[in-house]
Design a protein around this ligand. Structure first.
Ligand code: FAD
Length: 480
């Protein structure tokens, strides 16, 4: 068999789409049959194996990818095991001579993929990786001193002066199927769905398909994201794109998002610019993770290794269950449990309560999010938690402690978000819905604090002062 007639493997990972997929296009262009493969390799994910909610999403995304490939006569081959070993088995089973994939940026995955590439190449196979997940490769963007950026605004300004590549067009019609398909597991055999019915609410909240992602993007682009700037901080409104899980699993890529807003630089497109700068935060998070690979578990600002965190199981559990007595926090934690997603503003509020008022290590919060978010993403989650804890790049200063009452009143002014997720507070007067413990009998509408809904687990002022004292201690330690 001559080289260009031998099959090529396209190894799908976090690029679960058939459009704008450079690895797939390369496999097609090579000329031989295309063997699409997904390998479920829990160990290969290193310290950050798939969380429960991510597994749910992955199950559905694999089914969706499989049916998209079907349309072009291709089949998604599913295997479980060590990626390197499975790829070699598949090369043998299919007679393929090349493996193409799109890059990932998690430190343990980078190490694994590098070894795989070296091993395949040394055995004479062609092994190439591509960029499908980011607009800017982390190593391409450097500050004036040639170092990685650590502050978002100059990072994004610099990025916006670079050329933005358009989505890659894929000649699906040219894709050839092999004469014989290698063995495959069914998606169900990966047992990704939870045993308990924790995911029932996910089905109402999400359609985890590429078509749904494109529909969401199309809707936002049609209005040039005009309401985004005004409504993006309002958890009681449908003011953001909810594209995060689709972007994480690569059902849609950031180049397609940029292409949908091709006029974002012109006048009157403030919403589009703001929205694209959030995609910029995603890029920045990946930039940070790549250059500072220790940060999923350790603070970027080293002095925070000396911060007097206090692990308290009871506090942590109250926070996880949405029983802190702060309505906006509890609403967020329950939205997360019920739907696998939480509004960004509320993520910041719940994180602040955990790391500041309760002084629980940010890593505990990051772990909980990892298991419960459908968009759990090592780069974005690490950056979000380090930002909230004040120990990351461009972070909120530690002494800026969110007031959960004022945040609730400002961003959920009618209490609709709280009423949706904390039904026991529905009878309350809106004036007191963000601080029910201050309500008089009339305003409570029959709700009894301490019986129907908890009193705050920590007084706001007390928690704030304690956080500030700890911060002073940290400063004293640093100056010694
Ligand atoms: C403590 C904490 C943890 C977080 N963990 C994650 C996570 O695991 N996965 C995740 O995707 N996002 C995470 N975020 C960022 C952000 O909250 C979500 O990306 C956003 O809420 C997703 O909703 P959306 O798609 O409607 O966002 P939009 O407002 O519509 O934004 C569009 C896209 O931009 C990206 N984006 C938006 N905000 C941020 C941000 N602050 N940092 C990085 N990327 C951003 C996302 O890909 C998002 O889909 C976290 C934020 C905090 C404060």
């Amino acid at each position: 068999m001559s080289a260009n007639q031998a099959p090529s493997i396209i190894w799908f990972r976090q690029d679960l789409r058939i459009h704008d997929n450079p690895a797939l296009q390369t496999a097609i262009e090579r000329g031989g049959p295309v063997v699409p493969v997904f390998i479920y390799d829990e160990k290969g994910e290193g310290k950050w194996g798939f969380g429960g909610a991510s597994k749910w999403w992955l199950h559905h995304a694999l089914n969706d990818l499989s049916s998209q490939l079907d349309d072009y006569g291709l089949r998604l081959i599913i295997r479980r095991g060590k990626s390197g070993e499975e790829l070699k088995r598949l090369l043998k089973d299919s007679g393929a001579e090349a493996v193409f994939w799109n890059r990932r940026y998690e430190p343990d995955v980078i190490k694994r993929d590098k070894l795989i590439k070296e091993s395949l190449t040394s055995e004479g196979f062609e092994a190439k990786s591509f960029n499908a997940s980011l607009v800017f490769e982390p190593w391409e963007i450097k500050n004036k001193s040639g170092k990685p950026f650590q502050v978002f605004t100059p990072y994004w300004k610099h990025c916006m002066q670079q050329k933005i590549a358009p989505p890659v067009s894929v000649d699906h019609q040219q894709a050839k199927a092999p004469k014989q398909w290698p063995d495959s597991l069914a998606v169900e055999e990966l047992a990704l769905l939870p045993d308990i019915g924790w995911d029932t609410g996910f089905y109402d909240a999400w359609t985890p398909t590429t078509a749904a992602a494109r529909q969401r993007l199309g809707k936002l682009a049609a209005s040039n994201a005009s309401g985004y700037t005004k409504n993006r901080d309002r958890p009681d409104m449908d003011g953001t794109s909810r594209l995060s899980p689709y972007l994480h699993f690569g059902q849609i890529g950031p180049r397609e998002v940029f292409a949908a807003f091709d006029k974002h630089d012109s006048d009157g497109t403030k919403g589009a610019r703001k929205f694209l700068s959030e995609i910029g935060w995603r890029e920045f998070s990946h930039h940070l993770l790549f250059h500072f690979p220790h940060t999923p578990t350790e603070p970027l600002r080293e002095e925070f290794n000396h911060f007097p965190w206090e692990m308290d199981e009871a506090y942590l559990q109250a926070w996880q269950k949405g029983e802190t007595g702060y309505p906006i926090v509890d609403a967020g934690m329950r939205q997360l449990w019920a739907t696998g997603w939480m509004h960004n503003r509320v993520r910041m509020i719940v994180a602040s309560l955990l790391v500041k008022h309760l002084q629980i290590p940010w890593q505990e919060g990051a772990r909980w999010f990892w298991d419960t978010l459908v968009d759990a993403d090592l780069a974005n989650n690490t950056q979000g938690w380090q930002w909230s804890a004040g120990c990351g790049a461009d972070a909120a200063p530690y002494f800026r402690v969110f007031n959960p009452i004022l945040q609730g009143e400002k961003f959920d002014p009618n209490g609709d978000y709280v009423r949706e997720w904390v039904p026991e507070l529905r009878p309350l007067d809106t004036k007191v819905i963000h601080q029910p413990w201050e309500a008089d009998l009339d305003q409570l509408g029959g709700v009894v604090i301490g019986r129907d809904y908890p009193a705050p687990i920590i007084d706001h002022k007390q928690g704030r002062n304690r956080a500030l004292q700890s911060y002073e201690k940290l400063k004293a330690l640093r100056s010694k």
